[in-house]
Write a protein that binds this ligand. Structure first.
Ligand SMILES: [Zn+2]
Length: 461
């Protein structure tokens, strides 16, 4: 009887092995390097990003992971500012747009003389599309669709008026993506803006040089901790985080670096520390755990999309994806978020059950943000995995925070004691998902998962 009880106890303990505490100092060391000014904001592609990828790989090796790079070729198109000449005339007077007040997107060479300027609004598309179209704001969710519609109708220049969004001078794409045949243009010149807004009939002359094209490379960093079960080790739980950020803005005065400490050096440090915790267990979880640091999230989920297009193991064997974002700061724009972690698409998959059990074992609250949980499901790299059917979620401490996508997102502002607690809970949740007899699955009772379940069904061999 007593022996039997002991045996049962031992069995129960082994099944619920709990990872040790995470090291707050190690986390701050990793974040302070990745988010340092020297890495120049880790733009995709850039030397700073390359250095970051080497650093992450060396940390994976130190932990004992089987480490590799997955390199993608990217087409980079940069706006050629020389030769820019755009003028407007209303029949009475003409105005040349000063190049220093103009920003436009990378596109083809344009030479248009005396063409009619058409007008559109986000919710009011015109019958006839002209070569130059003014698209009037205010900014709204329909912008992308409106731009595509105008371009599809033959517009070569789409002038944004009253839509104060940044217009990137550089496009980063996969080589097989079609190149855009138009440019989006914005001017901050008050006189020109007034003329564009006035509603009078305008003609335009446009000369814009073709954007310069180079082919460059960026890398996903992959580290594998092999599972302990002969059969299940061919399945992988993915613990991922993007390591890129927004780079630099050369025209800014003073500090020019977008450091991206919370977004997302923190997530990367959390996966490295989780790797150390899981590799340090007496017995590895049954399934393998694959740690991936993605490039290019800020440029449109490029790294994760490349990863699912060129999977290093069959996608069917990737049983779950826990993706990390913003695990460092607790000063959410909605108030402090201490001792807790959020999941996107909380009830979309069974991942939340493993995280809830992990939270109980490590003293971490696992919460569903009622407004953002489902709404943000497609906003980070887990979306690329979900789109091909892999059950996924993004875990974070905060959604919006004061320095989000600003130069002030620096490493000193992170709460490392809290980050250690969160990292431990996530490592434990990853362990449970990799150890469980049952695979993580999509929630069939949730209508919003239908498209992902259909994608998953196609993966079954
Ligand atoms: Zn991010």
């Amino acid at each position: 009887m007593r022996y039997g009880l002991l045996f049962l106890l031992a069995g129960a303990l082994a099944a619920s092995e709990v990872v040790r505490e995470a090291d707050a100092k190690a986390l701050s060391a990793m974040v302070s390097f990745l988010a340092s000014d020297v890495l120049e904001g880790r733009d995709t592609p850039s030397m700073g990003l390359k250095v970051a990828s080497e650093y992450i790989a060396s940390e994976f090796r130190a932990v004992g992971l089987k480490t590799s790079f997955q390199e993608a070729k990217l087409r980079v198109r940069r706006v050629e500012r020389k030769g820019f000449a755009v003028s407007l005339t209303d029949g009475q007077r003409s105005l040349s747009l000063p190049v220093e007040n103009a920003m436009w997107t990378a596109g083809p060479k344009l030479d248009l003389a005396g063409v009619t300027v058409g007008r559109a609004k986000l919710d009011a598309m015109p019958e006839k599309v002209e070569p130059v179209m003014v698209l009037e704001g205010p900014m709204g969710p329909g912008l992308r669709g409106a731009v595509e519609k105008l371009a599809g109708g033959g517009a070569k220049v789409i002038v944004l008026v009253g839509i104060a969004m940044p217009v990137p001078a550089q496009a980063v794409e996969f080589e097989d993506q079609p190149q855009t045949g138009y440019v989006m243009l914005r001017t901050t010149n008050a006189e020109a803006e007034a003329m564009l807004k006035a509603g009078v009939e305008l003609k335009a002359n446009v000369h814009i040089e073709e954007a310069g094209v180079t082919v460059e490379a960026a890398r996903n960093v992959i580290g594998v901790l092999e599972g302990s079960d002969e059969k299940l080790k061919s399945e992988y739980v993915l613990l991922t985080a993007h390591y890129d950020h927004l780079g630099m803005r050369p025209n800014d005065a003073g500090d020019r670096v977008y450091n991206g400490a919370n977004d997302n050096a923190s997530g990367v440090a959390s996966i490295i520390e989780s790797a150390r915790l899981l590799a340090g267990l007496k017995v590895a979880p049954k399934r393998s755990v694959m740690f991936v640091a993605f490039f290019g999230e800020e440029r449109g989920l490029l790294g994760s999309r490349y990863f699912v297009r060129n999977p290093v193991a069959p996608l069917w064997q990737m049983v779950a994806n826990l993706n990390l974002e913003q695990t460092g700061r607790t000063d959410s724009s909605e108030g402090p978020n201490v001792g807790q972690v959020n999941l996107t698409g909380y009830h979309f998959t069974t991942i939340h059950r493993h995280m809830e059990a992990a939270g109980e074992a490590t003293g971490l609250k696992v919460v569903k943000h009622e407004r953002f949980s489902d709404a943000y499901f497609m906003a980070s790299d887990n979306a690329a995995l979900a789109a091909v059917g892999v059950p996924s979620t993004t875990l974070s401490v905060t959604y919006a925070f004061p320095d989000y996508h600003q130069k002030g997102d620096e490493w000193e502002k992170i709460d490392y004691a809290n980050m250690a607690k969160v990292t431990r809970g996530i490592a434990q949740g990853t362990y449970l998902a990799a150890e469980a007899a049952e695979r993580v699955s999509w929630n069939e009772a949730e209508d919003k998962t239908k498209v992902y379940r259909e994608a998953a069904a196609k993966l079954v061999q």
